[in-house]
Design a protein around this ligand. Structure first.
Ligand code: BTN
Length: 265
């Protein structure tokens, strides 16, 4: 375990962190998985300055140069495993709350869990469920945020569709501080869902931060693309899309595109 600035900023009641601040790794999610196999049931947390094999959703790559936040948290599940999708939403809410607190920037959540500022992606979350660890289920919550990332050397498509926090607020931001704040916000929300309050406060918070609901969307389901209005979210995190014929479809996995109103005419 390494002592690091971020660790002194932790205010934790639920998580028992086994914190690793490292320079470079293939993927912080992979490193947490390895740590979990060695020594559950602590909460391994890895914060890396860069990744050489960062993973995105659907097997995509996550470009991970210096300047970004690459953070993974191993969370032991204390709710029924069927409810584990709520953790993806919980982590999304924790990230939005932290970015808003530290930068005052109005970041929102695009379903299922992209962090967006003015329709440009500033971060993403990859949650992986780990089974087979004695009696425990773990969720590895991997968070990637363009904090001080220089996007100028990146592919033109990335430049067009992405942004960084530093470019929005006009100055660099402490990655350690943001990481600690996100971890603290995950901690309080875990306490909440494991208490009598259950998952309802997270569902409400997610709705408040959502920039997808109410929008016309097209969803790539792999074998087909559907279009319609995003009208809600189920308790297991599926997006409810109302198609032209009025029938609601529940989308569990897929890529969503927000359509402008003139795209749907
Ligand atoms: C997405 O596709 O939007 C999710 C991207 C998640 C990237 C983060 S960076 C830290 C953690 N380690 C990884 O390999 N991926 C996640």
């Amino acid at each position: 375990m390494t002592m690091d600035k971020s660790q002194s900023l932790f205010k934790l009641t639920r998580l028992r962190p086994d914190f690793h601040r490292i320079e470079s790794v293939d993927s912080t999610n992979n490193m947490v998985k390895t740590l979990l196999k060695q020594e559950p049931p602590q909460n391994p947390i890895v914060l890396a300055s860069k990744q050489t094999g960062g993973k995105g959703r659907h097997g995509r790559k996550w470009l991970s140069p210096e300047g970004g936040l690459y953070l993974s948290v191993g969370i032991d599940l204390r709710i029924p495993v069927e409810q584990s999708p709520i953790l993806v939403m919980l982590v999304g809410c924790a990230c939005v709350a932290s970015i808003r607190e530290l930068t005052g920037t109005k970041v929102g959540l695009k379903w299922p869990n992209d962090l967006l500022i003015d329709d440009r992606k500033v971060g993403g979350i990859l949650c992986e469920l780990v089974t087979g660890l004695k009696d425990f289920y773990y969720v590895i919550a991997g968070i990637g945020i363009n904090v001080n990332t220089n996007l100028e050397n990146m592919h033109p498509t990335v430049q067009r569709t992405s942004t960084s926090l530093a470019s929005i607020i006009g100055h660099p931001l402490s990655i350690e501080r943001l990481a600690a704040d996100i971890i603290n916000n995950i901690d309080t929300r875990l306490d909440q869902i494991e208490s009598k309050q259950g998952i309802d406060p997270i569902l409400r918070e997610w709705l408040e931060y959502s920039v997808t609901l109410g929008k016309e969307v097209s969803v790539d389901l792999g074998e087909q693309i559907i279009t319609g209005k995003a009208i809600g979210i189920t308790r297991d995190g599926s997006l409810i899309v109302e198609q032209g014929n009025g029938s609601p479809t529940h989308v569990t996995v897929g890529d969503v595109v927000h359509l402008r109103s003139d795209d749907t005419k």
